[in-house]
Every structure is written in structure tokens, then in C-alpha cells.
Design a protein around this ligand. Structure first.
Ligand SMILES: NC(=O)c1ccc[n+]([C@@H]2O[C@H](COP(=O)([O-])OP(=O)(O)OC[C@H]3O[C@@H](n4cnc5c(N)ncnc54)[C@H](OP(=O)(O)O)[C@@H]3O)[C@@H](O)[C@H]2O)c1
Length: 270
């Protein structure tokens, strides 16, 4: 653990890892990981009871766990989170910018609320969270921001159009920021999972049979840790996911979007 090794044990209680979307899936797995290795954690999501139950378990590792029940669709939420962390007297050692959601359906059939939620959480909140933690990281010349993107961010995905475009934003934003902060002691990276076994697919209204080969959340955490260790800008959760993301570069765009549309239609998307 590179980041753990770099700070003394006494400092670790104040050095917190903020995890958005910690109430389930990938975010919860990151929270468990960081508490296990000795960091204080700040757990952010809407479902307070789930966060509180998780916090009780994590404190069993002898670390501190703060629960901040926030709806990240609200533009002021990241500022409130930053203020709450300051009141605790903790420093943000790392941000796992993980909260996100998708709805799989034709664009025209989606409600305004569904569209707004994807844009507000996957894009706006992710940017705002990065903005509230980055300046103090740069000042201390230490810290990381791990944005959770997706392999969906590497090509257009009909019937998942806004979600895929939001993850393309995350990939582009993360790569740009990675270069901006290079050499200043801070790392920004995007992790790009393929299908993972979480509540995501249920929320998205996806056909579970189509995603029978989903990865376990612990594989995602391990890939995230490997990405931070090698100080990369982009990381994948398996070689096959990496291959899928890169192979589309060499194919005509018209094939890629038609293939994506055919796959989604085959899974039942309309
Ligand atoms: N699972 C996959 O197949 C997959 C693949 C690629 C990328 N990803 C990405 O991985 C990330 C985590 O997803 P997951 O698979 O772990 O799904 P998940 O189990 O559904 O978790 C999503 C998390 O986001 C939080 N969230 C959603 N809306 C929120 C809001 N308005 N305010 C605050 N928190 C909110 C949820 O908490 P509350 O509901 O309690 O607010 C939950 O903790 C997402 O960015 C997703 O796009 C997932």
C-alpha cells in the first residue's frame, strides 16, 4: 500500500479517504478495503441506515468512520461534505469518486428525472467533489482522486446513451486532470470496470442474464489499488475489458455503434 507506507500511523487517523456511493457495491468494497488497511473513512450516499451499519462494522478495524448522508444531485452537497470533513479536523488523503447510476432505455422514453440524475451524479457531482478536495491536496503535495468510470465510456452505447456519454466525460476529465497535476505529489486516475455484480444493473433495468459474467467488487478494488500503485491515468479491471476498450479504436465508428446497438437490443433494451 503505497499511500499507507508514506504516512506515519499517528497521522492516519486524520488522513481520511472519502468514498462517494459507499452504501453499496463498489463504493462499499472500497470503504471496507481502506478501513482494513487503517484509514479513517468518510462514507457518502443517500441511504443513511446502510452507511451507519457499515460504519459500525468498519470501526471494528480500529479506524474512524464518518457518515455523511447526502444527495449528490444537489449542487451544494460537495461543499457541505468538505465543510463537515473540516469540522472533523480530518485531511482528505484520497477521494474515491464512485457514486453513479445509469438507466438503460431509449433516450426518448426516459423521464426528465432519470436523465437529470445521471448527469448530476455521474458528471456534475464528480467534478464538484474533485474541486473541493484538490486544492488542499496540491498544497500538501499528497493525495489521490480515483474516479470510477466504465468501459461504457469508450464508445457510444445506444439505449444507454446518456450513461455512456457521462462515463466518456469521466475518462476525458480524469486524463486531463492527471496531466495537470503531474509532478505535484497528487494522482488523478480513472478506473474503468466492465459489468460488476452490484445493485447497478438492477437500478439500470438491465437484463441480468446478459451480464452473467460480472466481476466481483473485490476485483475492482484490487484493480484500483494496482492503478494507484503504478500511478497510471487509466486502469481496467481485467485484460478482456482493456481489450474491448482499445479494440474499438481500430474499427470504423459506424460498426462500433451498430454493434453496440445490436448487443443492447439482443439484451432486451428498447
Ligand atoms: N456495476 C457495474 O456493472 C459497473 C460497471 C462500470 C462502472 N460502474 C460504476 O461504478 C460506480 C458504482 O456503482 P456500483 O456498481 O457499485 O452500483 P450500486 O451498487 O448501485 O452503487 C451506486 C452507489 O451510488 C450511490 N448514489 C446513487 N445516486 C446517488 C445520489 N443521488 N447521491 C448520493 N449517492 C448516490 C448509491 O447510494 P444511495 O442509493 O444510497 O444514494 C450507491 O451507494 C458507478 O459510478 C457506476 O457507474 C459500475
Amino acid at each position: 500500500m503505497r499511500f499507507k507506507e508514506r504516512i506515519a500511523w499517528g497521522e492516519m487517523k486524520r488522513a481520511a479517504i472519502v468514498i462517494t456511493g459507499a452504501s453499496s457495491g463498489i463504493g462499499e468494497a472500497f470503504a471496507r478495503h481502506y478501513a482494513r488497511v487503517g484509514y479513517s473513512v468518510v462514507l457518502v450516499a443517500r441511504r443513511k441506515e446502510r452507511l451507519e451499519a457499515l460504519a459500525v462494522t468498519l470501526r471494528g478495524h480500529g479506524v474512524e468512520a464518518a457518515v455523511l448522508a447526502e444527495d449528490l444531485r444537489e449542487p451544494a452537497a460537495p461543499e457541505r461534505i468538505a465543510a463537515a470533513i473540516e469540522r472533523l479536523g480530518w485531511e482528505v488523503e484520497g477521494l474515491v469518486n464512485n457514486a453513479g447510476l445509469g438507466f438503460q432505455a431509449s433516450f426518448a422514453s426516459m423521464s426528465r428525472e432519470q436523465l437529470e440524475s445521471m448527469m448530476a451524479v455521474n458528471i456534475a457531482a464528480l467534478v464538484r467533489m474533485a474541486r473541493v478536495v484538490l486544492p488542499s491536496m496540491l498544497e500538501r503535495r499528497r493525495g489521490f482522486i480515483l474516479n470510477i468510470a466504465s468501459t461504457a465510456g469508450f464508445q457510444p452505447v445506444p439505449y444507454f446513451a446518456v450513461y455512456a456519454a457521462s462515463k466518456a466525460f469521466v475518462v476525458s476529465f480524469s486524463e486531463a486532470l492527471h496531466e495537470e497535476v503531474r509532478g505535484q505529489g497528487v494522482q488523478v486516475a480513472a478506473l474503468c470496470p466492465g459489468p460488476v455484480d452490484t445493485e447497478f444493473q438492477q437500478v439500470a433495468g438491465m437484463n441480468p442474464r446478459f451480464f452473467a459474467r460480472s466481476q466481483h467488487v473485490d476485483e475492482v478494488v484490487a484493480a484500483g489499488m494496482a492503478l494507484l500503485r503504478r500511478r497510471g491515468a487509466l486502469g481496467w479491471t481485467s485484460w478482456s475489458q482493456w481489450w474491448v476498450s482499445f479494440s474499438v479504436r481500430w474499427l470504423p465508428r459506424v460498426w462500433v455503434r451498430k454493434l453496440a446497438a445490436a448487443l443492447l437490443r439482443a439484451s432486451g433494451a428498447r
